[in-house]
Design a protein around this ligand. Structure first.
Ligand SMILES: NC(=O)c1ccc[n+]([C@@H]2O[C@H](COP(=O)([O-])OP(=O)(O)OC[C@H]3O[C@@H](n4cnc5c(N)ncnc54)[C@H](OP(=O)(O)O)[C@@H]3O)[C@@H](O)[C@H]2O)c1
Length: 223
């Protein structure tokens, strides 16, 4: 089974890592403060987990998940991520990230901005539209009647295929939402963002099947 590297090991990174470990992957976690601060998380995840620097996590992953605040994009290890299939879970929030003109004006998606910092990565946007507690509790095996779906967006067909295999192996179906430039359809505040999986107040979430996710993507509009 292959290794998944994580740059960022907070709410969503740790949750994807947990689902990955349960599905049999090795995971390598990293954060901004150093591997010594991840000892407890690694212990929780068990023998398939390790901690490292961001460069090492990027280098070790057959697949790498970038799951940090958008304001951290300039710090990412571009050389180690060159040629890698990278999942981008990130959402832009000016209250946390500061204002970024091109994102405020919607002339660029946050994934396109990320690609400027890691230009040789094969980027796929995924997991950005689901609350981390729902992501944990709604995972279901393939074939389950109540399996939920997640949208993905990216420009590389092989990278999308690899990410689809990964997501399917950790408990979700996938809806192809187009190219990186189409990523706005699943961005913060869009109909497919959060809502299909139920309110945050219900930590268990509500399953959202393929039709619900496709319908929500179609409803996305921007001025
Ligand atoms: N929370 C959710 O339910 C959710 C759902 C979907 C998408 N998202 C998006 O996914 C991203 C991560 O969200 P989150 O909720 O997991 O955030 P979080 O809990 O605040 O975790 C952020 C992680 O990023 C790390 N980080 C920050 N700057 C870094 C840097 N320069 N280099 C390496 N690692 C760095 C942090 O490490 P330190 O703690 O050491 O600083 C931490 O591990 C955000 O863009 C968010 O909008 C969140």
């Amino acid at each position: 089974m292959s290794t998944v590297g994580f740059i960022g090991s907070g709410a969503i990174g740790s949750t994807v890592a947990r689902l990955a470990v349960e599905a049999g992957y090795q995971v390598v976690l990293s954060n901004s403060r150093g591997p010594e601060t991840l000892v407890d998380k690694v212990a929780e995840l068990g023998p398939r987990a390790a901690a490292a620097t961001s460069e090492q996590a990027a280098a070790s992953g057959d697949l790498v998940v970038v799951t940090v605040p958008v304001k951290a994009f300039p710090d990412l290890p571009a050389t180690a991520l060159a040629g890698k299939t990278v999942i981008d879970t990130c959402n832009y929030g000016p209250e946390r990230d500061g204002h970024i003109t091109e994102l405020d004006e919607a002339s660029l998606t946050s994934s396109e901005l990320l690609l400027r910092y890691i230009p040789d990565a094969k980027l796929v946007k995924a997991f950005n539209n689901i609350f981390y507690k729902h992501l944990l509790s709604l995972a279901r095996p393939a074939g389950a009647a109540d399996r939920s779906y997640l949208p993905i967006a990216g420009d590389s067909a092989p990278a999308k295929a690899a990410v689809t295999d990964f997501i399917e192996s950790i408990g979700y179906g996938v809806v192809d939402a187009g190219r990186l430039a189409d990523g706005w359809r699943q961005a913060t505040g869009m109909p497919v963002w959060g809502t299909p999986y139920g309110p945050y107040s219900n930590e268990k979430g509500e399953p959202a099947g393929e039709d619900a996710i496709r319908a929500a993507l179609v409803l996305a509009t921007r001025s």
